[in-house]
Structure formats: C-alpha cells, structure tokens
Design a protein around this ligand. Sequence first.
Ligand SMILES: [Ca+2]
Ligand SMILES: [Ca+2]
Ligand SMILES: [Ca+2]
Ligand SMILES: [Ca+2]
Length: 511
Amino acid sequence: MPGGDGCPGKRTDGAGPQNSRFFWSFETRDREQYPPLAKNRNSGDNSARMLPYLLALLPLGALPGTGGDDCSAPSLIAGYGNFPYDNRFATTGADGQLNCQCFGFGSSAIGDDVWFRWTAPTSGVITASLCSSAGHDSRMAVYAGGSCPTQAPLACDDDWCSFVGASQVSWQASAGATYLLQVGNFPGGAGALGSLAIFPINVPTNDSCQSPALIFGPGPHIFDNGSATTGSEGQCESLCTSVQTTTITDDVWFTWVADFDGIAQLSLCASPIDTRCAVYAGASCPLPGSALACDDDGCYFAGPSRLSFAASYGSTYLIQIGCFPSSPGGQGSFLIQNTSPSALFTPVCVQGRYGVGACPCANPPLQAGAGCNNSSATGGALLSAAGSASIANDTLQLNMTGGKPNGATVLLQGRTELSLLSGSAAFGQGLRCVGGNLLRLYVVGAVGGAASFPPAGNPSIVARSGALGDALNAGITRVYTSYYRDPIVLGGCASTRTFNSSNGGIVPWSP
Ligand SMILES: [Ca+2]
Ligand SMILES: [Ca+2]
Ligand SMILES: [Ca+2]
Ligand SMILES: [Ca+2]
C-alpha cells in the first residue's frame, strides 16, 4: 500500500529488502493479529514515565468544552491543569491527517479528532498528556497558532504512555501564545471520555537540536534522554524507516567534530535502551530528508543502535539519539570510532574548518586544502605525503608545493594538532595548528615553489626526529607543517611577518 501521508520516501508496504522483520507485513495495527514478539518489544513497565503526570496534582480548570469536532471551532482552554476531552461522538476531519511526524504502523491519521485552543501562561517546555486515560489508544498532535493547521505539528504522538495506549506531546511554548491541540484515536479505534493534563516540565539542556552538546573524540560519551521530549525535527527521515515508523522519540542532540578522515561508526551497543539514532551534516537543526545515516536495532533486536557514516576531519556532525516509540529512555553511552585504515596523512589547519581561524593578512587560500595565500599569489602552499610512515622502514616523504618560487623552507614537527580543542594561531602570514615539542627537522631551498622533506641525501624523518630527542614509536602520531620565507607582507600585516605556512597534516606511525 503506497504511503498516503505526504511524507516522501515513506515505506508503508511489507516488501523490500529492509523489511526482514516478519511482522512488518501488517499494514494496519491489529491487536489480534499482532505477533507476541512485537508486543513484547515494549512490555516494560511504563509507570515510572507517568510519574510527572501523577505528581502533577494540579487543580481542575474551569470546566470547558470537551473538544470541538472541527479545528475551526475548538474548545478554549488556558493555563495548567486537567481538562476533560470526549471524542466518542467525534468525526475524523480533513485537517492534521497527513503529517509524517505522526506516522506509525502504516498511518499518519488521527481518527475521531477533537480540538482545543490552549493559551500558554508562561514560556517554557510544556507537556500535554493523555496518560491518565491509559485504556484509550489515543493519538494527538499540537500545532502553533490558534487556527486550523497549515504547517507541520510541533509534536505528534501515538503511544508515549504505553504501547497501543495513550499519547503525550511536549513542545516549547511562549507566554501568551496559543496552540491548537488535536486529540483522537489510532485510526479505526474507539473514542473515549478522558482527561488531558497540561503542565510545565524540565528537560535536558540538549533536548532540542538548537542546543546540542558539543563533543570530541571517540568517547564513551554519556547521554540521558530519560526526561527528554520528542522534537519536530528529524522525525520524517525515510532512512529511519523501521517497523513502519520513522519516529525518534525523546531525542537528545550532540554535535561531534570529526578528528579523522574515514568511516565513523557510532555505536550505542553499551546502552540498555531500545534506542534509535540519526546523523546529519553540520551543526544546525536538520532539514527534512538530510540524514546521512539512521538506525534502530544495529546491535540487537529491540535494542540499541549502531550506524556508520563517512567523516571528514574538522567537519561537524549533528547526532540525534532517542528511542523507539513508546520505549522508555534513560542513561546510556556511545562510541564514535574510525573503522577505516588510518590515512597516511590527514590534512589539517585549513581556514574555514572547525577551530581554524582566518588567514591573518587578508590572504585566504585560493586552492583547496592549502595554507594562506602568499605574495606570489600561488593560492597557498600545499603539503602532502607519500611513502610509508613505518618506524622500521621509514620512506615517508612530505612534499610542499605552491610556496614562494625560491627561498628557505622548513619542515616543522609537533606532537599535537591544536585546532579542534584550542584553535589555530597566526604564524607569520599563515596559520599554525601544530603544538607540543616543536622540532625543525629540515631546512631546504625551494625550487619553483616546491620543497621535499627529507631532502635527498638526508636522514629519514624517524632518524632526524630521534637525533633531535623525539624518538618515534609505532602507534604514535605526529603533526607536520612547512613554512617558508615570504618577504613581501600582505594585507597590512606587521612588516616583521616575513614568512608563511602550508596546511598541516597528521601522520600515524606504524611498526
Ligand atoms: Ca473531528
Ligand atoms: Ca496510541
Ligand atoms: Ca528532544
Ligand atoms: Ca532500537
């Protein structure tokens, strides 16, 4: 059955190579037909999740209507409290039926819907919960503004409170603003007379994609989505399709800056949670359809997630970690590891990459990956590597091109690459991202703007480094950059800045 929910790429059929789970073939959710395995997927006790609701012993609001049947005539409610709803005699309208944020078990519809227009008393994150009506297989959505919805919901939910059960949504509200709440059933289900609780909540600082937590390196990185809410972003990715839903509930967000070029494997396998996760390029809230990778059960069935994506040194990736719908969140951890063989030379210190400042003399590079431009307008010097960085048989050759046609050129070695954690430093008319026990390994005269290290007839880099007191060993990395004389100072920089630098590069040394 093709998806009729307006969400491109959505899979609602039971076919296709990814649909290995046998119960995917059920196009509609049916309690009688649903296999035990699927039900057991979420058989955990959800009572702890309902605690905020149960503790919210808020006074009843003045008895308003129990929800208008049409979004153009909603019941008016305001403030925090418990509000009755009754959709037993309601009909399914045309509005709010096709939103992919609501997609699950083959349908985005909210049956027999009633509508409320709610006015927020304060600003903050708000929860609207139907958890007290546990026997009602409800569905609900919330929209910005008080008129019939013309845009995607701020949040939509089916089974937050329990599997094949009641719904709960949360969203960021502004004091005095109005929001339209749509309350109904899973399509085909029965209506109920129930209670809608609305109350403010506290959420983790990285609950929203607008405020991700910044992380570096492989981890383990700790996350806790136990009190997180389901946002509207990253809920409709076709890459996330699994068990006929694309939703990632109770999501928290991280930005990770890649410290290698290669295939990054993000693993939550150490987390005892039925997670889902997705990765996007950049640091901004993701646009629809932009996921680089997404996973539900990469570690084991109804369990944590594992995915891989191509990472580029110094690039930022947005990571979304949440749950399979109706599975409770909690604390877990994840690793991000390079599963590619280590590159001989990972280029670093190029203006515009994470942590790398602008070229200091109004001289940005004009060739990809190079250092800052120079007075010969070559576009900037480019350092690259050839040979083998082997301790036992060192044939590593570092080659610079694009420098000044002639003049002294130096190869600099350091222990650490600085830009990701502490940024770059101006270095003459160029930039330097190399730090820690800096050694000038060789000085050569450039020919046609090129210089090669070690120069012919000189000791290898391993031998030269050892002679200068830094004995290289297998398993360590060293960072290299070259710099060269450039007597014509650009961009109004101080006249003492008579040199410039190439990009840098990280070299891992092998046995
Ligand atoms: Ca209706
Ligand atoms: Ca439900
Ligand atoms: Ca969230
Ligand atoms: Ca999972």
